[in-house]
Design a protein around this ligand. Structure first.
Ligand SMILES: Cc1ncc(COP(=O)(O)O)c(C=O)c1O
Length: 470
């Protein structure tokens, strides 16, 4: 520890030269900047050590020969790319604070938020040698995630695409069946319907919720409809009570695609708890991540048992190599689950961080000509922030994205409406709301690095293209 009085934020960025490599690695992860300042015992700045330098030392066995953070540090000022944080020094060269107002490294739309907790869990799973799809972390991850979403059973999968596939295969959806899918979603939702041999029926999203409405679903039901797939796009919950009642009345399954909305609620109930089977993704850009990964949740013990069997080649769990039907290998590994267990512990913190980022954007970008934020949802819905979203004038969006790129900031257009793409031409419908959203929507960078200074920088780029704030 350094022995001068620095803020907690500065301390979180700083190691002394004698700190062991793992202290530097953990701090560089935990502070979200990927590097630490290195000082002598009196707090005098010696240089910096980033994750790449420390990883290289670790891979050469530096941790065995007692290498320290000081041994691998480089002089301050030698980095080729901006590190985003400048040291503030007192008259004697001692680190007295940090300054984040200078040039910043590239800011992606999303970054996995990984700390020492995820690292220790992943290391622990590795050292246990249970690196495939059995192990304590798998069972724990399934149990804890299901509990957090208020569901009885969790069946972890290798990603959030195969979890949708598994859900439909388990419910026997296939040839001759129709599944109702919103037009504005990531393509995995529709692809999986096609992969099980069913026919996707595309339905426009509601202009305010950006999701399927119960009325629009009702209009699309035919005698062939077997299931509804509401997608809680960009963290915004669909009207699940109404859709659930409709499905009950019409004898339809619901498969909720919750890939983008972990923790959102409708009528006080977690999304993912309204359906026969709900599906989540844990890809690296999701609210919580396992690298790649997914899960199916259900309250029905028989459905859970069948999902476990189909996930594992259709093999009877109690009779090895006896296959009841041709199943899949859709399993998650214990190493992925280990990362996921740490992320579940941090889920509330991660949701709060994302909500705070969104609030900063609303404060800084509101009033810039042509910029709007998603319409507030009614009291019954509790959305979460996955990627922070805004809408901008259609004719200026490309210029805005280019200006952000020039400023080292990633701004991403919304998904294309599914009906607009050749792959889904035969299912295309007129979907004016989805078309309008897909042409005007942008996803803003959403991560711990998006603090007030960063949002002010992004607001500056927006103003340079769209005009000054009113
Ligand atoms: C709505 C939606 N469904 C499904 C998926 C697929 O998840 P995965 O990438 O884990 O396969 C995603 C992921 O991007 C998604 O956004």
């Amino acid at each position: 520890m350094i022995d001068i009085d620095v803020s907690a934020q500065t301390a979180a960025m700083t190691c002394t030269q004698g700190d062991v490599l793992f202290a530097g690695l953990e701090k560089a992860l935990d502070n979200g900047r990927g590097f630490v300042f290195v000082t002598d015992a009196g707090g005098k700045l010696l240089g910096y050590a980033d994750l790449t330098m420390m990883r290289e030392a670790f891979m050469k066995g530096g941790h065995l020969s007692g290498q320290t953070v000081g041994d691998v540090a480089a002089p301050w000022g030698s980095a080729k790319e901006p590190l985003g944080v400048e040291p503030v020094l007192d008259g004697e060269g001692r680190l007295s604070g940090i300054d984040e107002s200078g040039p910043q490294p590239f800011l992606p739309v999303s970054e996995p938020d990984l700390t020492h907790r995820e690292m220790r869990n992943a290391f622990d799973a590795f050292l246990s040698t249970w690196i495939s799809s059995t192990g304590d972390y798998i069972r724990r991850f399934e149990r804890e995630f299901a509990e957090k979403m208020g569901m009885a059973h969790g069946v972890a999968t290798s990603n959030g695409t195969v979890s949708l596939h598994l859900a439909m295969a388990t419910l026997g959806i296939g040839e001759g069946d129709e599944v109702i899918v919103p037009d504005l979603t990531f393509a995995a939702s529709i692809n999986t319907v096609m992969h099980v041999g069913a026919r996707p029926v595309l339905v426009d999203v509601d202009r305010d919720t950006w999701c399927l409405s119960a009325e629009a679903v009702e209009r699309a039901i035919t005698p062939r409809t077997r299931a509804i797939m509401p997608v809680h796009v960009f963290g915004r919950p669909s009207q699940m009570t109404e859709i659930f009642e409709l499905a009950q009345a019409r004898g339809l399954y619901i498969i909720e695609d919750c890939a983008e909305a972990h923790g959102a609620k409708y009528d006080g109930q977690p999304i993912g708890s309204f359906s026969d089977i709900s599906s989540f993704s844990f890809f690296a850009n999701k609210i919580i991540t396992t690298g790649e990964g997914g899960i199916c949740l259900t309250n029905d013990a028989d459905i859970a048992t069948r999902m476990r069997m189909l996930r594992d080649h259709g093999m009877r769990p109690e009779r090895r190599y006896w296959h009841e039907e041709p199943g899949f290998n859709f399993r998650m590994t214990n190493m992925q689950a280990a990362i996921g267990c740490a992320q579940i512990e941090r889920m509330d913190e991660l949701l709060a961080m994302r909500a705070a980022v969104y609030d900063r954007y609303v404060e800084a970008l509101s009033g810039i000509p042509g910029v709007s934020f998603p319409p507030p949802m009614d009291q019954r819905a509790q959305p979460v922030t996955w990627f922070a979203c805004a809408q901008v004038p259609e004719d200026k969006r490309a210029d805005l994205i280019a200006a952000c790129k020039a400023a080292n900031i990633d701004l991403r257009p919304f998904f294309h409406g599914l009906s607009s793409m050749p792959a889904y031409r035969q299912y295309a419908r007129k979907c004016p709301n989805s078309t309008w959203l897909s042409r005007t929507g942008v996803n803003l960078p959403t991560s711990r690095r998006v603090d007030d200074a960063m949002v002010a920088r992004i607001a500056g780029v927006f103003e340079s293209v769209l005009g000054k704030k009113a």
